[in-house]
Design a protein around this ligand. Structure first.
Ligand SMILES: *[C@@H]1O[C@H](CO)[C@@H](O)[C@H](O)[C@H]1NC(C)=O
Ligand SMILES: *[C@@H]1O[C@H](CO)[C@@H](O)[C@H](O)[C@H]1NC(C)=O
Ligand SMILES: *[C@@H]1O[C@H](CO)[C@@H](O)[C@H](O)[C@H]1NC(C)=O
Ligand SMILES: *[C@@H]1O[C@H](CO)[C@@H](O)[C@H](O)[C@H]1NC(C)=O
Ligand SMILES: *[C@@H]1O[C@H](CO)[C@@H](O)[C@H](O)[C@H]1NC(C)=O
Length: 398
């Protein structure tokens, strides 16, 4: 009996010791993740922005355990509704996307009956009360709700993101879109923590964010080399880490162009990064017809009949992942002056703030949204025209 108790204590201590999740100041450890509640209600775009400025993402549940945990986490605060990091471009679960670009809610969802319904609003919120509790509903992005930041994978004040297989340079670019770099590693504890993230994977290696030059490591994020677990010292190449049981944690050299799974790392609490616009890979691109309604970045929209003369008006909703913004670019174009107009709104309808409008000949011009949608209203009043109209391109930026 005594030895059983000792065994149990040892087990507990050892699992606890290997559990390296330490939350940054202001975050609470819930289900081995770091969460932080913001009770001050904010519109969805501001909640997103504040979360990414803090290095985290807006709360999203990808399993029933986290979905239940959020309710108890906020239960003592008298909060009914919370924004989630999920955004719908249509009514199917396959048309609602997690903000961290990990895919659609086909992976897991807890939508209430009759949802998702983008007609009720494209943003998704979590309902704490109700029967059953913890269900997801759609709502208008401009209503103000409380929200929770999360940093799922958290070690020593950094958030980590595991993403799909990419080559070394594409992987770095993908990480930069998450305001991160491919992971640098600075201690054996961090090295161990990272291997623990991959304990259930079927692949043997991941790419980490450095290159070796004769045993010396240059990290992509510019940090100094103060730790190495490189198993060779004689050559040059991109670093990969074994996540295989027998050699896990060891670093080797890999071919930079062969795609492998990527780990990104972002310090918590760094100022919001808004780097150069980089197009991101996105949900299915909708063909630019006038009746499809919602267009997902990257893409282009044209006046009807383009490049022939237009003969009708059209309205376009441009959208991207919840935490990203839209950049739309109109090259020089000609409309029937004083009759036909293009109006550009910073949101998903004509009720949103108007960024600009033009008629006649426009100068080439780009516009940025503050949230993840933009509404373009092409008004046709001339009834006949000899003008081609426009072909505008739009991309998603972080
Ligand atoms: C961390 O600890 C929690 C509970 O103490 C446990 O459920 C979780 O599996 C541990 N995680 C790791 C990676 O050891
Ligand atoms: C975002 O964070 C800042 C600083 O933490 C805070 O002052 C501001 O109220 C927050 N904005 C929203 C919309 O919650
Ligand atoms: C792990 O590495 C060992 C030694 O290199 C190798 O024999 C084994 O096949 C690897 N495991 C898997 C699952 O590939
Ligand atoms: C690694 O070990 C665990 C148990 O220790 C086992 O379940 C898993 O299949 C192993 N993975 C590989 C790739 O060998
Ligand atoms: C609009 O511009 C984009 C980007 O230059 C181009 O790929 C596309 O073919 C153009 N569309 C039409 C209808 O000309």
């Amino acid at each position: 009996m005594k030895s059983l108790i000792v065994f149990l204590v040892l087990c507990f201590v050892s699992t606890h010791a290997s559990n390296n999740t330490i939350c940054a100041k202001g975050y609470n450890l819930v289900n081995n993740k770091c969460w932080k509640l913001f009770q001050d209600a904010a519109i969805h775009a501001d909640a997103e922005r504040n979360c990414s400025a803090d290095g985290g993402t807006l709360f999203m549940a990808k399993n029933a355990i986290d979905n239940r945990a959020i309710a108890s986490f906020v239960s003592t605060h008298g909060i009914d509704h919370l924004w989630m990091g999920v955004f719908c471009i249509g009514n199917g679960r396959n048309l609602c996307y997690y903000d961290d670009q990990s895919g659609s809610t086909l992976l897991y969802d807890n939508f209430a009956a009759g949802f998702p319904s983008s007609a009720a609003g494209r943003c998704v919120y979590y309902s704490v009360p109700g029967h059953p509790a913890g269900q997801w509903l759609n709502g208008y992005c401009n209503q103000k709700l409380s929200y929770v930041y999360i940093c799922d994978l958290n070690f020593n004040d950094n958030c980590y993101f595991t993403i799909d297989a990419f080559s070394f340079s594409d992987g770095q670019q993908q990480c930069e879109q998450l305001c991160a770099n491919m992971a640098s590693i600075h201690s054996s504890e961090e090295n161990r923590y990272i291997t623990s993230l991959y304990s259930k994977t079927s692949y043997d290696f991941i790419l980490i964010g450095g290159m070796a030059v004769n045993g010396f490591v240059l990290w992509n994020d510019g940090s100094v080399m103060d730790y190495s677990n490189l198993q060779t010292s004689d050559s040059t190449g991109c670093l990969c880490m074994s996540v295989n049981n027998s050699t896990r944690g060891s670093w080797y050299l890999a071919d930079c162009s062969t795609p492998k799974h990527i780990l990104c790392k972002r310090p918590i609490g760094v100022p919001n990064c808004r780097g150069a616009p980089v197009p991101i890979t996105s949900p299915p691109v909708t063909p630019p017809t006038c009746n499809s309604g919602v267009h997902v970045a990257p893409g282009w929209i044209t006046s009807p009949m383009y490049p022939s003369n237009y003969n009708a008006g059209c309205q376009y909703t441009l959208t991207t992942y919840g935490s990203n913004r839209i950049h739309v670019y109109f090259p020089i174009a000609v409309l029937e002056g004083g009759y036909d107009y293009v109006y550009i709104y910073d949101g998903d309808s004509k009720d949103a703030p108007r960024l600009d409008y033009w008629t006649g000949t426009n100068q080439a011009k780009g516009y940025y949204s503050t949230g993840n949608t933009m509404f373009i209203d092409f008004v046709y009043r001339s009834g006949s025209t000899k003008n081609q109209g426009f072909n505008a391109t739009f991309i998603s930026i972080f």
